[in-house]
Design a protein around this ligand. Structure first.
Ligand code: ATP
Ligand code: MG
Length: 573
């Protein structure tokens, strides 16, 4: 491609409103332009990288036995009514009507469409397993679109759906997608982790992983062990039960006036007392039964874990009026001592370590001290109810937990029978019995992956593409196009390098050399070849973008030199 004619409008200055490197660089190097909030056009340079990422995805998905197809972005609302998600999905779902007032949605995902497609076709065990995928545009009216294409309202996703007859076969489909994803992100040059994630109300145990690209701009927090391969999303990262029960103290329980002291922070300061001796109590309704969950004051309760421990999708925080009615006090003054019989008390493992604790007295402006678990209140069950903190032990008891920020680029998920049951997709087994198909779904944010690659591969001068996804392999520059020998050498190399199979961006514009070098650094193609003063001697200057290493190479040796350079780069990616 001749750069003269290439549509890649660059920006010299830092674009306004772009807060992270990938967004800034995509605008500066002319990969994208915003069309509306969270909605982008991809210019040729951006499209070329997307194509490369998509190509890698296609190769790995096909290798894993999946078949590509394409579904419509516009989906009839009735399908979403059938699955029960029309209301559940909330305002992220974009809706529209046709001229006959028939209702449609712009697909944020395709479980409904694919399940309705296969329900009449995959009706026998002989046709299973099956894995179908597409690369397609998705729509989500995100509350806060931001960071450019990292969280946009229209974005490109690869979504795959697997269909299996039994759990064992589903596990195989899941593992093969997990492996394909690992290959894909590796080939994209990404430093990533596959982390255990929250399966929500529908997923089976161990049935979902998120693929996280390590990056400070990530919105997710990963908890990982420093001495094993344990890694999980902070939301669900587990804790071991490593506490032994403390001996009861001599002192009996006492009341302590604490006027207006409502929060743990205020209480710790007022008493004063270390937070680990304070007991935090939170009233939940689980399947509409009141459960008071207690944890230590230096810990944070985790509602998702409470839901998991009770194996219930119906967990909600009690409202203030309900707390007052059941326990007789405002939220800041409730505690586990002397609760009515109908209120079950559960405690986080760490509560075992509290010897002479302090908790709300179920009376406003009052706390109790010298409180001891079991002596002064019953605990129906201990459990893992709190968020992990840095420095906690890993759940496999190997090593210590640390935190890292991650960008979720992919998600693999065992769906089980949620959609096949809702939409009536069943097959006949060997005995002629109808059974719901077991499903899995597997998403990759293709456009988000593009941004994630840039987050991990840039410097202050611009982009640094990993060889596997670079929009062109080579950037060929003619430093002074008025010099005939330079011009001629450029033209001939442009021709021969393409003949050798390289994708070449060729810059012989009538610009100063400095401008061309700056653009080359900004575009970040793996190798830059400059035809300059030594052109007459057949010598060019070859620079590797990533290392900055430069070498003068005679054109006779160029072919060998380049192929070994690019091979090394591909191996490194
Ligand atoms: P997030 O928690 O970031 O909103 P999600 O859990 O809603 O993501 P999925 O429904 O699992 O995402 O979608 C599959 C993949 O699509 C994600 O792993 C992510 O890479 C990508 N993705 C999701 N939402 C967006 C978005 N608004 N913009 C760009 N990519 C997205
Ligand atoms: Mg989302």
């Amino acid at each position: 491609m001749r750069q003269q004619l290439f549509f890649s409008p660059t920006l010299r200055d830092m674009p306004q409103g772009a807060d992270i490197p990938s967004h800034q660089l995509m605008l500066r190097a002319g990969l994208i332009r915003q069309t509306a909030s969270g909605i982008y056009s991809y210019l040729p340079l951006g499209r070329r990288v997307l194509n490369n990422v998509e190509q890698i995805i296609r190769e790995e998905m096909d290798k894993a036995g999946a078949q590509e197809m394409l579904m419509p972005a516009i989906q009839p609302s009735e399908l979403w009514e059938e699955s029960g998600r029309l209301d559940d999905y909330g305002p992220e779902l974009m809706r529209l009507n046709d001229r006959n007032e028939r209702e449609f949605v712009l697909g944020p995902t395709h479980e409904e469409v694919i399940t309705s497609l296969v329900r009449d076709e995959l009706n026998s065990y002989k046709k299973l397993p099956m894995n179908l995928y597409q690369i397609q545009t998705k729509y989500r009216d995100e509350r806060r679109p931001r960071f450019g294409v990292l969280r946009s309202r229209e974005f490109i996703m690869k979504d795959a759906y697997s269909f299996d007859a039994d759990e064992e076969s589903l596990a195989e489909s899941y593992d093969s997608m997990y492996q394909a994803y690992s290959n894909i992100f590796k080939r994209c040059g990404l430093d990533f982790r596959a982390v255990q994630a929250d399966a929500g109300a529908i997923g089976g145990k161990g049935g979902t992983h998120e693929f996280m690209v390590l990056s400070d701009v990530g919105e997710d927090t990963i908890a990982y062990s420093d001495s094993s391969d344990y890694a999980a999303n902070l939301e669900i990262a587990a804790l071991p039960d490593h506490f032994t029960k403390a001996e009861a103290p001599e002192e009996k329980i006492e009341t302590r006036p604490t006027p207006g002291v409502k929060t743990i922070e205020e209480l710790a300061e007022y008493l004063p007392e270390k937070k680990e001796r304070l007991l935090k109590s939170i009233l939940f309704f689980i399947d509409e039964k009141p459960v008071l969950v207690v944890c230590r004051g230096d810990h944070e309760l985790n509602e998702i874990k409470v839901g998991h421990a009770y194996d219930s999708p119906s967990v909600r925080l009690a409202e203030e009026a309900e707390i007052k009615e059941l326990l007789g006090a405002d939220p800041g003054f409730i505690g586990p001592v002397g609760v009515p019989e109908e209120v079950e008390v559960a405690a986080d493992y760490a509560v075992k370590s509290v010897r002479s604790g302090i908790c709300g007295a179920n009376k406003n402006d009052t706390h109790l001290q010298n409180v001891h678990p079991h002596r002064d209140f019953n605990i129906k069950q201990y459990g893992d109810f709190r968020f992990v903190q840095e420095g906690d032990p890993a759940p496999d008891k190997k090593g210590t937990i640390h935190f890292a920020k991650g960008i979720e680029v992919g998600h693999v998920f065992k769906l089980g029978t949620k959609y096949s049951e809702a939409l009536g997709a069943s097959y006949l087994d060997e005995n002629g019995r109808a059974r719901p198909i077991l499903m899995g779904c597997y998403g990759i944010g293709v456009s988000r992956t593009l941004a994630a690659i840039i987050e991990q591969h840039h410097d202050e001068d611009g982009l640094i593409w990993p060889a596997g996804v670079a929009p062109f392999d080579l950037h060929l520059l003619v430093l002074n196009s008025k010099q005939e020998d330079q011009y001629e050498l450029g033209e001939s190399l442009y021709k021969t390098l393409q003949e050798e199979g390289y994708n070449v961006l060729y810059d012989n514009r009538k610009e100063r050399a400095g401008v061309k070098f700056k653009d080359a650094d900004l575009f970040g193609l793996p190798v830059r070849i400059a035809c300059g003063k030594k052109a007459a001697d057949g010598i060019v200057e070859v620079k590797e973008r990533r290392s900055g290493e430069m070498e003068e190479v005679h054109i006779r040796d160029l072919s060998t030199y380049l192929s070994s350079l690019l091979k090394q780069q591909k191996l490194r990616a």
